[in-house]
Ligand binder design. Structure first.
Ligand code: AP5
Ligand code: ZN
Length: 216
């Protein structure tokens, strides 16, 4: 299956993607995680991306689209993938359509995670991620690690993302409304969108998502 997850910052895209990708045995492709891996490795791409991310802006399409396409053409993505955080504007959605057409592929579903803004603020304020792998995600209240400050998966140190400051989160939300939300209508025109509530326990949201794609 080929699925796109859309939703505001802190909606729980990364959290859901981890479970869905495992259930569906497809790779979880997060452009945010790819950028953060580049930042921690100190690559040129990471240096470039960091500035945009910490300001709450989108990283330019020229950089992002190539990186996403490289990842989607890796061997493990041949049987399908779950995209988290890509596409993020109309230009990226059009580029993805072009990529799929070239490879004679189609998207199966776009899942739109809906969550009120006050909940987003709570989720982001308490989020802690792992130094070794930013897809290892916790929450100080809702999803605590067994030992405080230590990743259950790999023992890495947990920390707060630099772009999770209040000011940057406000900017990221504004960018989501102006740049990313329009892709929901773009995909509605293709009949691909299911909107689902991202409120409730993580497992409840996963069950809704599995139902939306006919795998419940
Ligand atoms: P990215 O990393 O994609 O961030 P985002 O879209 O802002 O989303 P988040 O990672 O903040 O949230 P999430 O929805 O994954 O929530 P999570 O599961 O962690 O992008 C970061 C930046 O990179 C962008 O601002 C941009 O600069 C750049 N970028 C990335 N992709 C790009 C692109 N395509 N083009 C251009 N630039 C790009 O959950 C949040 C918290 O809530 C966690 O603590 C979690 O434990 C908790 N939680 C989750 N579900 C629940 C639940 N059901 N109940 C209670 N708590 C929950
Ligand atoms: Zn970890």
């Amino acid at each position: 299956m080929r699925i796109v997850l859309v939703g505001p910052p802190g909606a729980g895209k990364g959290t859901q993607a981890a479970y869905l990708a495992e259930n569906l045995a497809i790779p979880h492709i997060s452009t945010g995680d790819l950028f953060r891996a580049n930042i921690s490795q100190g690559t040129a791409l990471g240096v470039q991306a960091k500035e945009y991310m910490n300001a709450g802006h989108l990283v330019p399409d020229e950089v992002t689209i190539g990186m996403a396409e490289d990842r989607m053409t890796q061997e493990d993505a041949a049987g399908g993938f779950l995209l988290d955080g890509f596409p993020r504007n109309i230009g990226q959605a059009e580029a993805l359509d072009g990529f799929l057409r070239t490879h004679d592929l189609k998207l199966d579903a776009v899942l739109d995670l809906e969550v009120p803004e006050d909940e987003v603020v709570k989720r982001i304020a308490g989020r802690r991620i792992c130094r070794n792998d930013s897809s290892h995600v916790y929450h100080a209240e809702y999803s605590k690690p067994k030992t405080e400050g230590v990743c259950d998966d790999c023992g890495g140190e947990l920390y707060q993302r630099e772009d999770d400051s209040e000011e940057t989160v406000r900017k990221r939300l504004a960018v989501y409304h102006s740049e990313t939300e329009p892709i929901i209508d773009y995909y509605k025109a293709q009949g691909l969108v299911t909107t689902l509530s991202a409120l409730g326990a993580v497992q409840e949201v996963t069950a809704r998502a599995m139902q939306a794609i006919g795998r419940d």
